[in-house]
Design a binder for this molecule. Structure first.
Ligand code: HXC
Length: 519
């Protein structure tokens, strides 16, 4: 074959591979408002940075005449590229090829990029759009998924793993994302379920739509499976790029510094009066977060789930930080099963990837009651406690208002190896609030008072006595549990200075095979 012909053959093959399952499939994808795998990669990576692997791979299955349904690239586009100049590895499943279903060879392609990402120390981003294991391949498809899962597990805590769900994803294409650090969904067309509606109908007879079974808002607000939900595929992909800006490429790196013109000593006078006079009145802790971080930029994780705890990423003085804050605006900021799971997962991610933790505390305690107990609040709360106590990254805590009981301990108290703990003058650090404490301490005396007026007077007196002792930060500061009581308007400056001081912090855990946190 002449040289030109060889080049033409190469270009033709490339052209064929770029068409995936063919024009009809691409048109169908577009009609459904979906992008193709290649269009998604183009949006995700810096222009012109994508280097593709394995365009010429085809599946090897002959069951059910599958040799007649063979496509170059076989249902997944893989390779590496950059996001704002930082190297990442990607794979994007191609729904136009047999519904993006995973074959043995597709698994090999995905494993190849995962293996290289681990050696190089770069994040892996998977864009999933797949009906799960390719049914025609049977055990080979299952084995393929198992290979991917094992790599997800080995890569966990070594390189960040980010998954996006576009289209109806089932089986392995949701289990693999579930093993990764963050799951993104798009409101327009993302669905996650173990088995799709057709299988559900066959097995249980239940008629259910993809939306109801596993739409983006189901997982963003009910199950907590999705960490981020975007309006469109484009905006979802944009948020993935944003997230990468807060995290390091691997567990041996620091997160990149991001230059800012926002002065570290910027005072925020309004913080001095943000805490309402009435201790039962709410305020929005996100106002505090936006006021203290660089340029007011905060990337919230799990925005729609367990809203009583706010977690997310920001920069402070150019440094990446993970922020964890009780939200008085939602259920008075109480800790419960879901917020504990949310907090624990976030703290562990930050700790695994060297991102310092800034904790803002205003917590009245754990939510009591059968609803919580039956759902294992003891276990879930213990996860959060464990995560903070285990974390060796720099930990800076600011108590804004309430910090009661077990929740006080969980929220990065000094004894859980928090490094620098500040409190606002409005802080109240105690075993419980005044009314509960009075009820317990003076229950017998209260029973003996029959006159309601006298009873109210007695309660008010005892509550005052309690509040005088505990409704302030100085009792904790007296013992050194609080390092300083700070003016709220100085919070940005004081926290950044603390983070700067802690930049070279080294702390360790005892040697062990792995921990056994309460799952
Ligand atoms: C082979 C598949 C497939 C699969 C879809 N297709 N899923 N082919 N194996 N798993 C094919 C269809 O046959 C069809 O081919 C094309 O992809 C598009 O699928 P449609 O059904 O026409 O599309 P849609 O109506 O949008 O429905 C998408 C879907 C549905 C919801 C994903 O296809 C579905 O329910 N698939 C099965 C999902 C599932 O239960 N998977 C679990 C696999 S088990 P043609 O040729 O007609 O275009 C698994 C185990 C892993 O993954 C381990 C877990 C721990």
């Amino acid at each position: 074959m002449a040289f030109e012909q060889k080049i033409k053959e190469l270009l033709d093959k490339r052209g064929e591979a770029r068409m995936g399952g063919g024009q009809k499939g691409i048109d169908k994808q577009h009609e459904q408002g979906k992008l193709t795998a290649r269009e998604r990669i183009a949006l995700l990576l810096d222009e012109g940075s994508f280097e593709e692997f394995d365009m010429f791979v085809t599946h090897r299955c002959t069951n059910f005449d599958m040799q007649k349904k063979s496509y170059l690239g076989d249902g997944v586009v893989t390779g590496y590229g950059t996001i704002n100049g930082r190297q990442v590895y990607v794979f994007a499943q191609d729904f136009t090829v047999l519904g993006g279903s995973l074959s043995e060879t597709m698994a090999l392609k995905i494993c190849k990029v995962m293996d290289q990402a681990m050696k190089v120390g770069a994040p892996v981003i998977g864009l999933n759009d797949s009906g799960g294991a390719r049914i025609q391949e049977g055990i080979n498809a299952l084995a393929g998924y198992a290979e991917i899962f094992e790599r997800n597990i080995l890569a966990s805590g070594v390189v960040p793993q980010i998954s996006a769900i576009f289209g109806p994803c089932a089986g392995g294409s949701v289990y693999s994302p579930a093993l990764t650090d963050f799951i993104f969904m798009s409101k327009e067309n993302s669905y996650m379920f173990l088995t799709g509606p057709k299988v559900v109908k066959t097995v249980t007879g239940e008629d259910v739509t993809v939306d109801k079974l596993g739409g983006a808002m189901v997982h963003a607000s009910k199950s907590g499976v999705a960490h981020f939900v975007g309006e469109t595929e484009e905006s979802t992909i944009q948020t993935i790029r944003e997230l990468v800006g807060y995290i390091p490429n691997n567990n041996f790196e620091e997160a990149p510094m991001v230059a800012t013109n926002d002065p570290i000593d910027r005072l925020e006078d309004h913080l001095n009066t943000i805490i309402p006079e009435n201790p039962n009145e709410a305020y929005d802790v996100k106002d505090v977060i936006h006021a203290i971080v660089d340029d007011g930029q905060f990337l919230e994780v799990h925005e729609n789930w367990a809203k009583n705890l706010v977690v997310g990423f920001a920069h402070m003085g150019g440094m990446s930080v993970g922020i964890v804050a009780n939200q008085p605006k939602a259920m008075a900021g109480v800790l419960d099963c879901n917020s504990s799971r949310k907090g624990a997962r976030f703290v562990r991610f930050c700790d695994a990837f060297n991102i310092p933790l800034v904790t803002l505390v205003d917590v009245p305690g754990f939510l009591p009651g059968t609803g919580q107990e039956y759902n294992g609040v003891i276990n879930h709360g213990a996860k959060f406690l464990y995560a903070y106590g285990e974390a060796t990254v720099p930990k800076v805590t600011v108590t804004l208002r309430k910090s009661y009981g077990g929740a006080h301990i969980v929220m990065s108290c000094k004894q859980l190896r928090s490094d620098i703990n500040y409190a606002w003058p409005t802080a109240q650090i105690a075993v419980m609030g005044a009314s509960g404490a009075t009820e317990v301490l003076h229950g017998r005396a209260l029973k003996e008072i029959t006159d309601p007026e006298e009873k109210a007077k007695f309660i008010a007196e005892k509550e005052k006595e309690y509040n005088d002792l505990f409704a302030n930060p100085y009792n904790a500061a007296k013992y050194g549990y609080i390092d300083d009581v700070i003016e709220p308007r100085n919070t940005r400056f004081r926290v950044i200075r603390a983070l700067q001081a802690l930049q070279t912090k080294k702390d360790t855990l005892p040697m062990k095979k792995h921990c056994n946190l309460p799952l």
